[in-house]
Each structure stands twice: as C-alpha cells, then as structure tokens.
Design a protein around this ligand. Structure first.
Ligand code: ARG
Length: 445
C-alpha cells in the first residue's frame, strides 16, 4: 500500500497556487476567444477562480489533493459545478506545471535581483565611507599589498553584479509560454498560444511541445545561480569571520548578528556569517539534486520531475533571505580603522613598491624582485617578522642597489603605495572614484 503522500506534491507545490490560477484564467479566456468554450462558461470559471484566490489571500487553506492543480480544479468544481470540468480542455498538468514554475521564477528573479541590488548598495555605501581606510590586501591569506577597504568591499559588489546579470539572463529562459503544449503532442483544437502568452506577459511561445514538458533547464539555471550567489555570500561571510576574529579585529559584527557561548562568557560568535557559509551547502546540494534528476531521463514528462520543486524552492528561499541578511550585516559592521592601519605596518606590504621602483630605473623586474626578496630575508633575520623595510637607512638601501634614492624611501609609505594604484580597476584614489561611479551606473539599470 503506497501512502498518498508519497505520490503527492501538495505538501510543497502550494506556493504555485496564485500562478496556477492566473494561468487558468488566461487559458480560459483564450478558449472562449477561440470559441472552444462558451463565453458564459468562461465567465463562470473565471469568477470561480477569482473567488478561490480571494479566499487564499485571506488565509483560507485549500483542501488536500494530489497536487495544487487538482486541488484548484476540485475546488472550482465544488464552487461552480460541472462547468468547472471544462477548464482543463486543451491542456495537461504537464504544460500547466511548467507554466506555474516559469511564472513563479519570473517573479522570484525580480525579488532576488532586488535583494542583490540591496546588498550591492550596502557595499557601495560602506565603500564610499571607507575610501581612505587603509588595510592589508591579501593573497594566500598573507599580506600582499596595501589597499583601501573600499576596494575590498567593491570587489564583492562587482561579484554580485555578475549574479544580477545571471538572474536576468535566466529569467529570459523562463519567458516562453509552455501552455498549449498539452501532454506532449499539442492539440487538434484551434487554440491560440500567442494570445495566452500575451495575457500572461510571456515574450514568446515554446517551439516544441515535447521539449516544453520535458525542459527543466530553466530550473537548473536558477538553481545554479542561487548556488553561485550563495558561494559568493559564503566568501564574504568567511572574510567577515576572519576579520572579526581576535587575531584580526578589523571589524565587529553588530550585537544582533552575533551570539554568545553557553559556557564561555566572553564570546561573541559571528553566527550569522557562519550560517551564510553553512547554508551554502544546501544550495549546492539542491543544484546537484536537480541535475541528477534530469540525467538519463527519457522524453518527455516523467513523474521524477515532480521532485524538481523541493530543491528549487529551498534554494530560492535560502538565497533570498541570505542576501537580505548579508546586506544588514554589512550595513551594521563596526570598522576598526586603527587596527587595519596598524596591520599594514607588518608583513612587508610595500616590498613590491621597491621592486617597482627599481624596475622603473631600468632593472629587469625579475632581477628587482630577487634584490628586494633578499632585502626582506635580511630584515626578517635581523628583526623577526615584525621588521620593516622602512627601518633601513638610505645607506643600507644602497648596499642592495646604488639606484636607491630618498624617493625610494618615500615609496615605502603604505598610504602612498595604495593611493598610487590608479590603473583602471586599481585601489588608487582616482581608480576607486571611477569604480564607484561605474557601480552607481550599473545599479541604475
Ligand atoms: N504534480 C506534478 C508535478 O509536479 C504535476 C504534473 C503531473 N503530470 C502527470 N503526468 N502526472 O510534476
């Protein structure tokens, strides 16, 4: 004996109800226009569907059925009688379910894009505030070169700009009307698919009925986009976890974004950032589930496809809330400028400046690199990792290369080093100003 719940999708597809109703209203209008349904019947069905939507809006729960499509149809018949049974003419649940999910995803892509833009705006605002906040820029999680905090924040803003483009692009694949594909072969009835497309705001109609009911590519793309956005959030979260550690103390998360330990009274754990990282695993898992569902699946509709929704909805939900949370975290972090500046004193952040200086004087860069590398080794040997190139006098510098002058010593300032990186995309003052303007323009789109 199979429990009914096993074959049912009602437990998870109820969120499609408003789209199912919208789709049915458009379908019925089309049937009437094409004289497949009498005007009076169409009117009756539309009123019935509208009354169901109204009740749903007021929190009424639709009675259980195998899936949301059956649930709405059953309820319609209950409310308007036999006429309700005419609604399913020239349609199948196979094209209907694709329609519902496409409409749902078109809405969700707008919401998610709004949330991404919100996060970008937070990053941008904090970047503007920290145009002059110096910090060590890292590669390999080791001190690399001095940068401004704005540069680091904007790096994320651009990462999320690509996400926004990807969601917009995925929405284009949701923009073709599947309705009228019916079960897999189309119909002999004189339907007008372009008309339903127009009523529902689709850009076009799908070209092959079999492909239409089998296609879940648009869901895979959405799942992938969610997974990648979550991965981006997890990287931001990881930076926040590192920066808020005792060793770094670059930022402090707002009280509301942390929680204490049940036994260690001094603790302020970055739980929200950790959960951003943790929930990313779910989004990746959801993508893999979706891809696995499609692998080797023969055409056309197979019931396996019912399992496409659980993971998709979970990814959409987790991505949306995570983006909103990340924006809130960024808005409220306290930035410890002094600690960031202090950290720039160690780690030989401006060693590259000296190598660049020599290269500018005609020394081949590889050779300049090895001269400075030896200099760093010597200073480290004499004064430990806390040593700095700034401690060397000009006379000492000249023992490494006669080309060094006072000007070279000036290049050792972290602020000057950061300010000077004005190539497009750099951390320098003018380059950052250009980036900020470019991002503002992108966000207007
Ligand atoms: N609940 C089903 C799903 O989610 C709707 C489509 C059912 N089609 C069918 N031929 N059994 O996929």
């Amino acid at each position: 004996m199979i429990p009914q719940e096993y074959i049912a999708s009602f437990a998870f597809d109820q969120r499609l109800a408003p789209y199912d109703i919208l789709g049915s209203i458009a379908h019925v209008k089309m049937l009437a226009r094409c004289r497949i349904l009498r005007r009076l019947d169409a009117k009756k069905i539309i009123h019935g569907l509208q009354s169901i939507q109204k009740d749903l809006d007021q929190g009424w729960k639709i009675p259980w059925a195998e899936d949301i499509h059956f649930a709405i149809e059953n309820e319609l018949v209950k409310r308007i009688g036999e006429t309700g049974k005419k609604m399913h003419t020239a349609r199948s649940r196979n094209d209907q379910v694709v329609l519902d999910v496409k409409l749902y995803l078109k809405d969700q892509s707008r919401l998610i894009n709004g949330a991404i833009a919100g996060l970008q705006k937070s990053l941008l605002d904090r970047a503007v505030e920290h145009k002059n906040t110096l910090m060590p820029g890292m590669t390999h999680l080791q001190h690399g070169q001095p940068i401004f905090f704005a540069h680091h924040l904007l790096a994320y803003a651009w990462m999320f700009e690509r996400d926004r483009e990807r969601f917009k692009d995925a929405a284009r694949r949701c923009d073709s009307n599947p309705l009228g594909a019916c079960a897999l072969a189309g119909t002999a009835l004189p339907i007008d698919r372009a008309y339903t497309a127009k009523l529902l705001g689709f850009d076009r109609v799908t070209e092959n009925a079999m492909d239409t009911v089998s296609d879940r590519d648009f869901m895979c793309e959405f799942n992938f986009n969610c997974a990648l956005s979550m991965i981006h959030l997890s990287r931001l979260a990881e930076d926040l976890v590192i920066w808020s550690s005792q060793e770094f103390q670059f930022v402090r998360l707002a009280e509301e974004h942390t929680s204490g330990s049940s036994i260690m009274p001094q603790k302020r754990n970055p739980d929200t950032a950790e959960l951003l990282r943790g929930k990313t695993g779910r989004a990746i898992g959801n993508l893999v589930q979706m891809l696995t569902l499609l692998k080797n699946l023969p055409l056309s509709y197979n019931r396996d496809l019912q399992e496409d929704k659980v993971s998709l909805f979970d990814s959409v939900d987790v991505t949306l809330i995570s983006l909103q949370l990340a924006a809130d975290i960024i808005n409220k972090i306290a930035v410890n400028k002094a600690k960031m500046a202090e950290s720039c004193q160690s780690g030989f952040l401006t060693a590259t400046e000296l190598a660049d200086y020599l290269a500018g004087k005609g020394v081949p860069f590889r050779k300049a690199h090895s001269i400075i590398s030896k200099m760093v080794d010597d200073v480290t040997r004499n004064s430990g990792t806390g040593g700095s190139l700034g401690s060397l006098s000009l006379t000492e510098l000249k023992t490494y290369s006669p080309l060094f002058t006072e000007e070279a010593k000036a290049r050792l300032s972290s602020v000057q080093a950061a300010l000077s990186k004005n190539s497009p995309g750099g951390t320098g003052k003018n380059a950052i100003a250009r980036q900020i303007q470019a991002l503002k323009n992108a966000l207007k789109k």
